[in-house]
Design a protein around this ligand. Structure first.
Ligand SMILES: [Fe+2]
Ligand SMILES: [Fe+2]
Length: 283
């Protein structure tokens, strides 16, 4: 009998540890939200990260080529929120690496998808108002597909098969995963538990395709569910899968018109995200 997914996960020796920068950023989220000094301190502790942030700030996109030499200047140029979000995203890259490209599928696009869903989740939380924390939603959006990074890094042969199945059957990647006996939501939830992420994060990782199964975390999962659909629809980052329409979950206090406005806002952010990410990841 083939080993179950749980048995396969339990037997893995090389699941990546949680990156130290990410630990710091998540721990100090509140003070980071409040001041740029603590953000600067975190970046300065990580030379690779610092170099990447400077590279983005010096990119032609911002018209500053070669003029930005310090992190504090970079924060002024890019804006505090952009830098903080970039730091959280890049810290996750440390855990999974940049490489592992497959036929027609690159992890770089998956990163961009994660940053897109993170940014969109933040915008949705702002639009939904009371009870939704935009910073928290950003992090949840960023982490929602961590199971897919594990698939790309640790289950490479399975991932090749999954991509083959998807292409042959023109089904969604999630359906192809199921046929291969793997599911990125379950795999992600396993890693979230190993990394001791919050219960809410575990819920989002596990239920972002089925928010109604998430019990009391349904609204939070619904934010990421909507963000995920919008990013696929707008082709922000990886988008082998195209939803026919965008489903607005009932648990969100939003109307159809709000979703249209959100789509416009996300579209505006698309360029900045793609350019910054291109620079940060080495072009
Ligand atoms: Fe997903
Ligand atoms: Fe996703």
């Amino acid at each position: 009998m083939a080993p179950s997914l749980m048995q396969r996960l339990e037997s893995l020796k090389d699941l990546p540890p949680m990156p130290s920068t990410m630990q710091l950023v998540l721990k100090e989220m509140e003070s980071i939200s409040a001041n740029s000094k603590s953000l600067e301190k975190i970046i300065m502790q990580d030379p690779v990260l610092a170099a990447r942030i400077l590279k983005v700030a010096n990119s032609p996109y911002y018209g500053t080529a070669g003029q930005v030499n310090s992190i504090s200047h970079a924060i002024t140029i890019l804006g505090f929120d952009e830098v903080r979000n970039l730091v959280i995203g890049l810290s996750l890259v440390q855990a999974f690496g940049e490489g592992s490209d497959f036929k027609d599928f690159s992890t770089k696009d998956l990163w961009l998808h994660s940053m897109g869903v993170a940014t969109s989740s933040m915008l949705i939380a702002k639009a939904a108002g009371n009870g939704f924390d935009p910073e928290e939603c950003f992090t949840m959006g960023l982490l929602h597909d961590i199971g897919r990074f594990v698939l790309c890094k640790v289950f490479k042969e399975d991932m090749d098969k999954i991509l083959e199945i998807q292409e042959a059957q023109q089904c969604s990647l999630t359906e192809a995963e199921e046929q291969q006996g793997l599911n990125h939501c379950e795999i992600g939830a396993f890693l979230a538990q190993k990394w001791q992420l919050s219960d809410q994060t575990m819920s989002v990782v596990r239920y972002h395709h089925h928010p109604r199964s998430a019990g009391e975390d349904e609204p939070l999962c619904a934010v990421v569910y909507l963000a995920d659909q919008l990013c696929h629809k707008l082709k922000l980052g990886w988008s082998r899968w195209q939803p026919k329409g965008v489903m607005l979950p009932k648990s969100l206090p939003l109307q159809k018109e709000d979703v249209q406005d959100l789509a416009k806002d996300i579209k505006k952010k698309k360029d900045v995200l793609e350019q910054s990410w291109e620079e940060a990841m080495g072009g």
